[in-house]
Design a protein around this ligand. Sequence first.
Ligand SMILES: *Cc1c(COP(=O)(O)O)cnc(C)c1O
Length: 380
Amino acid sequence: MSRIPLVDLAAQHRSMKQELDAAIARVVERGDFILGREVHEFEQAMASYIGVSHAVGVASGTDALHLALLACGVGEGDEVITTPFTFVATAETISKCGARPVFVDIDPESFNIDPGLIEPAITESTKAIVPVHLFGRAADMGAITDISCRHGLRVIEDCAQTLGAEWQGQKVGSFGKAGCFSFFPSKMLGALGDGGMVVTNDGEVAERVRMLRDHGCKEKYHHVMPGFNSRLDTLQAAVLLAKLSHLNDWIEARRKKARLYAEGLRNIAGVAIPQVPADRSHVFNYYTVRVGKPLDRNALREGLAACGVRTAVYYPLCLHLQPLYEWLGYGAAGFPRSEEAQAQALSLPMYPELPQASIELIARETQRLAQQAAVSYGAL
Ligand SMILES: *Cc1c(COP(=O)(O)O)cnc(C)c1O
């Protein structure tokens, strides 16, 4: 039986083994493991890639969000608007600042926050909006920027899944007060472990994140605020710097796989494939389809698993339904589109080296299961 993984990190690392080994060896040789040479080089390279003035490496995407929120002044008593259809870190970091996450439903087609629903959620206490660019597709930054300007709100972008995507030719992460990236191994640019980054055009925000990541230090052993130990390791920065030069090629490869998926899945009843409007781009960190009648998402998932295809459900439980956020009192049916996405979203294997034959097998098998389902559905 074929085995098709969701992601294949080993394939990427095989393709650049010598580069990786050399990058790691240089750091080990020098020994500047904490805030060493490649941290600065990688920060500069990322700032120029995104098109911003500052980039600050931190220990994870979660810390990038947490430190960016703090640096933007989010604190006790504030409300921060975001979506319930995302990874927990988006809202958890709002809570860790002492603020309250206020959820707004998604646009059913993009899975991203619906800007049309943001304004009714704004109150006297609203301080910021955290749009999530989910699965690799840029959120509607035009509408979100308009709203934030009208109401004097900060925008902190959660770009953990969407490094390299653009809205009207401008890279995500460069629209808000701060943009937050994750280098979790399976993200667009993956470290050999954890890593994250805050990018910004605001020198003061950059300065505050720099202090927060290193015990609130302005200079060594001179502490001006309680901070964290949340630095990006030099070893990880060296790996990420080597990988960054391949990122655009990997994005192109992912887009090619997405086109193959679109061809194979286009005419299957019950499967809705991701769309890419002309004014924004998609980098396909995940290839997430919607599965509806006559198919059933979980049944399709099991059917694919039976032929060795690994898939994932991002996300099986919306944040407003998590025990963590029961106290917010939204309850079931609070966000019908997010709850529908929770029942229908299915992420298929996606990585730059994914063989065309694997995509063809997945499309064939999905087609077969859809036909089977249509027959039994018709018989009911
Ligand atoms: C991965 C992810 C994060 C957190 O990043 P880590 O590096 O794992 O801490 C935050 N938000 C979203 C949407 C993510 O996908």
